[in-house]
Write a new protein. Structure first.
Length: 622
């Protein structure tokens, strides 16, 4: 297998965003210019794992792991470098020449595998359907339908919407391309008659491509255009195939996950058109399930993608019941933290209709202003079908409402809900508090212990507490080395100034090694890239050191006076290191010559130098 050229490696690495890749495995949250999350390489309760989007590298302050996108996949998936490059290339849609991948055993299938061929077939089908919708007379009916729904040409292109005419258009195309019959059978794009002949599964339908988290088309949902035909389903989805599992698929996730990193939330809508309309209104973090009930697998995906899920279903009874099921499903998943909020639309109006009726700005304002807790939702949901003027039904409602409030762990929030019930129904709050205590006992819910710290109370609510990471004390010399190396890597002027300083070298071996490797790196590369240099380094310790250098909070403007100060500090320490090294060498030579008197003299001299070095280090750390 030929070695992958550096230019190809650079192209592959630069084709993806490291935040996108790591975000599939770690729930990341923006923190200033970086993203943070719980480190996937060691157990921790407080996030210490940082991903730098600008410089395209990650670093864990807890365990010290560092690297670029390739290193992350190598460590996380336990694969080799070539396999990591292949994985990133596949996600980016870059075909690596066969001579670079031959003999690799990477788990993701190459382009000519069955999976690769199915993805390619769906890609071509989506392009064909989109072309028919946008550019041909056969797509006129689909264009009129989408126009009535308020779908702009930009949205049609964004979601690659298409139209499947009432003809065997895809079958004819595949036959012309001489595609494999068994592959077509497995694709889910065709039906098969008794004679074994294949027919287009989708005909007379507006086509919605369904994509995986990488943005690759894996299935379709077709909306019947002629609804007068009563013997056909209004919506028809692809069956499950080797590349499509509806329980593990969320519409628009490939786009929404990027938006969620900025907003910290995802919006779960009921239908594809709701997602598309919301996107047109400026809400890019919308997703939808595959026309089936919300699934545990989808909850798991959302947990890894965003810290908050806003459920935005229709305001009718069916929508209310669907919200109830979704909340209970999320709550049933014991692992991970996912905050759930509900955005209740007016009864009988779905998001798509709301956007069309009131416009994009008002829809965005509504989503932002109408978030409510799950407790608020249930206090309203439990009223459905009840006549609360009837004392018996009111008592039943209050009993159910108190059971909901009993699950609220924050004392202040719990007290607020009790106050609302007492005020609305003219009840004694103390009596409600007494009944709440009995319900808690029945449900096995423990009260917050008086005197508990705020951190203990929050921990019981399973909300992570941000705390400052312990810092390792670094001496003055090492700080100067880090600062100087940072400037040297980022400034040609600083590099030239230091390298022309007679007798200069770094005191600590790790910084001197980085300096020497950087010199070699610059002979092969014109510009410095953190992610690329991390890939250039062969040892985890060196990658960790470089990450520490890059974490310096420095003024980006080059200040030569600061650089000179760093050089002076480092070179003050250098002579002592050199003298120690020279005495050790002389001591070894004296021992080899069996010159015991000289050995004694040099030993005393070495001890004095080591004492001097120890005293210097103690002074610089105080």
């Amino acid at each position: 297998m030929a070695k992958i050229p550096r230019t190809v490696i650079d192209q592959v690495r630069n084709s993806v965003d490291i935040v996108d890749v790591i975000g599939r495995y770690v729930q990341l949250k923006r923190a200033g210019k970086s993203f943070t999350g719980l480190c996937p390489f060691h157990d921790e309760q407080t996030p210490s794992f940082s991903v730098n989007e600008e410089k395209q590298y990650y670093h864990c302050f807890g365990c010290g792991r560092s690297g670029n996108v390739f290193q992350f996949l190598m460590d996380y998936q336990h694969i080799g470098f070539v396999e990591a490059v292949m994985a990133v290339a596949k996600e980016a849609g870059i075909d690596l020449p066969h001579q670079y991948t031959e003999g690799s055993h990477h788990e993701q299938a190459p382009v000519n595998s069955e999976t690769g061929q199915l993805l390619d077939l769906h890609k071509k089908a989506a392009q064909l359907y989109h072309h028919i919708l946008v550019n041909t007379p056969a797509g006129e009916g689909g264009r009129r339908y989408l126009t009535r729904r308020g779908t702009s040409a930009q949205l049609i292109d964004q979601f690659q919407l298409g139209f499947a005419p009432e003809k065997e258009i895809l079958t004819a195309y595949c036959e012309q391309q001489k595609m494999d019959y068994q592959l077509l059978r497995k694709s889910g794009l065709f039906t098969e008659d008794q004679s074994g002949k294949l027919h287009d599964r989708f005909q007379g339908r507006v086509m919605y491509p369904i994509k995986n988290q990488y943005g690759q088309v894996i299935a379709f949902s077709g909306r019947l255009l002629n609804t007068a035909v009563t013997d056909l389903p209004k919506y028809l989805n692809s069956p499950e195939t080797p590349i499509f599992n509806k329980r593990r698929t969320l519409f628009n996730l490939d786009v929404a996950k990027k938006a969620a990193r900025q907003t910290g939330k995802l919006y779960l809508f009921e239908g594809f058109m709701d997602v598309i309309s919301a996107f047109g209104a400026g809400v890019s973090a919308g997703i939808a399930s595959m026309g089936t009930s919300f699934t545990e697998e989808q909850v798991g995906i959302i947990r890894r993608t965003s810290p908050q899920l806003n459920i935005c279903y229709d305001g009718d009874d069916a929508g209310q019941n669907a919200i109830d099921r979704a909340i209970k499903l999320v709550a049933s998943q014991a692992t991970g933290n996912l905050q759930v909020r509900v955005v209740q639309l007016p009864a009988g109006v779905d998001p798509d209709e709301y956007v069309q009726k009131f416009g994009a700005d008002r829809f965005k304002d509504y989503l932002a202003g109408q978030e409510e807790t799950t407790t608020d939702f249930y206090l309203r949901f439990l009223r459905q079908g009840r006549h609360l003027t009837n004392q018996s039904e009111l008592m039943s409602y209050l009993d159910q409402a108190l059971k909901v409030i009993a699950r609220v762990t924050a004392p202040l929030e719990q007290d607020m809900y009790l106050g609302k019930l007492a005020q609305e129904f003219s009840l004694d709050k103390a009596a409600l508090q007494g009944q709440l205590g009995q319900i808690k006992e029945q449900l096995g819910v423990q009260d917050t212990t008086p005197g508990q710290s705020y951190r203990q109370q929050v921990a019981q609510q399973h909300v992570p507490v941000t705390r400052r990471q312990p810092t390792i004390k670094v001496g003055r010399t090492e700080l100067a080395e880090r600062l100087l190396l940072y400037y040297m890597l980022h400034s040609q002027e600083a590099w030239a100034h230091v390298t022309t300083t007679t007798g200069f070298h770094f005191v600590h071996e790790k910084y001197q090694t980085l300096y020497l490797l950087a010199a070699s790196y610059f002979t092969e590369h014109g510009d410095y890239s953190v992610a690329d240099f991390l890939n250039y380094l062969g040892e985890d310790e060196l990658r960790n050191t470089l990450s520490q250098v890059e974490q310096q909070n420095v003024n980006p403007a080059i200040q030569m006076a600061v650089i000179d100060d760093c050089i002076q500090i480092i070179m003050q320490q250098t002579p002592l290191e050199e003298r120690i090294s020279r005495v050790k060498k002389e001591l070894n030579e004296a021992g080899a010559l069996n010159n015991h008197e000289l050995v004694m003299q040099l030993t005393v001299k070495l001890v004095d130098l080591l004492k001097e070095q120890q005293q210097y280090k103690a002074e610089e750390t105080n």
